[in-house]
Write a protein that binds this ligand. Sequence first.
Ligand code: ADP
Ligand code: MG
Length: 240
Amino acid sequence: MISIQKVDKYFGDYHALCDINIDVPQGQVVIVLGPSGSGKSTLCRTINRLETIDSGEIHIDGHLLPEEGKHLAKLREEVGMVFQQFNLFAHKTILENVALAPKKVKKKSKAEAEKRAMELLDRVGIANQAQKYPAQLSGGQQQRVAIARALAMEPKVMLFDEPTSALDPEMVQEVLDVMSSLAKEGMTMLVVTHEMGFAKKVGDRVLFMAEGAIVEDTDPETFFSNPESDRAKDFLGKIL
Ligand code: ADP
Ligand code: MG
């Protein structure tokens, strides 16, 4: 579903992604771990071309991610992304936030887009908040809206970049629960997170990054009980 081959990315002289190679089969949940500045966000952002790459190729469901143009817009629809900051439209209701892109981009009718938006809000447990504005919701609820909004585009892949890092602790679990159910339903997911319980329970695979490179690529069990590299041992020593 996601194929990343020999990808390099520079910011000026800084080598932000170094020879990245990853193949993610459909339905796999990949947890991306690593210290701050190791390139986790950059990796996510290259997968839907919020960042360009300097060499290599990225395929989504067999289609080469192009540099620009109509095909890029189309392919980007297939990759949903959820960020640490929810980035909801403040002056639009929750329902409008979720229905907007399907109307504008997918040219769905208002009725159709809103019906689907209500189904998705129901799925993330906040259908009763549909007529409110983002500021009237808690952080956890807003992040669930952001997930519903991404799902409204019917993506084949979902990328999560520290989706719970900006939340108060008591709201983290409700967002992780939505992500767990999405994983159970078979969504292909790449998740940057510091939630180790989630990583162990829901992750099929762990990628550990350091200085722009993938240092370990293994299953959660092995990574947490028996990391190979000193950098991973050091990282786990600090967070566990
Ligand atoms: P992580 O998400 O693992 O904390 P990032 O992917 O955000 O790391 O950043 C990796 C490195 O690339 C950092 O050193 C960061 O400063 C640098 N970087 C990220 N975005 C930019 C940018 N737009 N311009 C220059 N440097 C950047
Ligand atoms: Mg980051």
